[in-house]
Design a protein around this ligand. Sequence first.
Ligand code: 5CU
Length: 384
Amino acid sequence: MPPIVDIHTHVYTPAYLDMLRSRKKVPYVHDPADQNADSRLIILSSDDSASIPADQRGRPVDSSYSDINVKLAFMRRHGITTSVISLANPWLDFLDADEAQSWTERINNDLEETCARVNSSSTKAQAEGNGGAKTLYAFGALPLSAPSPSIVSNEITRLKTLPHMRGIIMGTSGLGAGLDDPALDPIWSSLEETQTLLFLHPHYGLPDEAFGGAEATQRYGHVLPLALGFPLETTIAVTRMLLSGVFDRFPKIKILLAHSGGTLPFLAGRIESCIAHERHFVANGGTTQGPVRSVWDVLKTNIYLDAVVYGEAGLKAAIHAAGGHDRLLFGTDHPFFPPLDEKEDSEWLSVSTNFSAIEKTLSPDQEAVRAVLGGNAVRILNLN
Ligand code: 5CU
């Protein structure tokens, strides 16, 4: 059986959820007084409005967010053989400087320990003839609010010593000033030097004003922030990296972009054209150093894209921009986007939509389908 590898699948470890339970501002978990009601996970700033009763803010949070056995059951149900788990947003971005390092080490050690435990019992079960093995790997988190970038670089180096780690996950705020911040250079340098893959994932979206204000944003639940805010956030973050020359200074950096790169594959031509027509840039007679490498070159050399875009148009743009299907990797976004009828034990619409978009986009090339579903991840992330 060819492997099916889910590289976009999140967990909130039990310790992390407990920490959220102790908080009263975003991100936090609200436990309602009524013990029969669901706890609520409030992570997006648009969720946290005094006009919404606390028991209805955010979304219900059940065991699928933290219990690894529920994830394994989800993998079995969808034929997924291997998952590369990552802490979900907003990771550890919000921690005070003095807590960042210890929490990061704790979370990363928990992820490593979970992978080791699951893989060894899975190997044992397979040896005894009890079903197909399920294998876990992980992307670690970084202590981005720590007092010095060297603490972050040390964690990147430490993660290389943990056998199940295959990279790191990070949001778009960097050290607080975005990904074109020169203070990030030591971190880009460690990622490049250690050849650590960065899984770049959105969280902050766009300001509510972009959607007509807070009330207008909330009117449609999470649709505007998730469908538009997340992809645009990723696009803006990578474009700022490009414009500030990160890919010129660190030409061997490897970045996996969530949600098929947001809108980057679709907008790459426009970004490139705006750069070519910007008088500010030295190459065009101005005084500011613009990017030297083209966005197309970066997309084909430094960028990998997940296939979490739920449609053929997005996948075709991603494949075209990446110069083929070799840099595209299957993902589910579990535990987000569960079935709304609460039949979590059935096949998830979000997953079947993704499977079918990949199949339709690449069909009849079954080798390409297998590559996107698992082969590419095995090769790129060096999985067993
Ligand atoms: O539904 C959501 O808010 C999310 C989220 O926060 N993070 C993610 O990866 N997917 C969906």
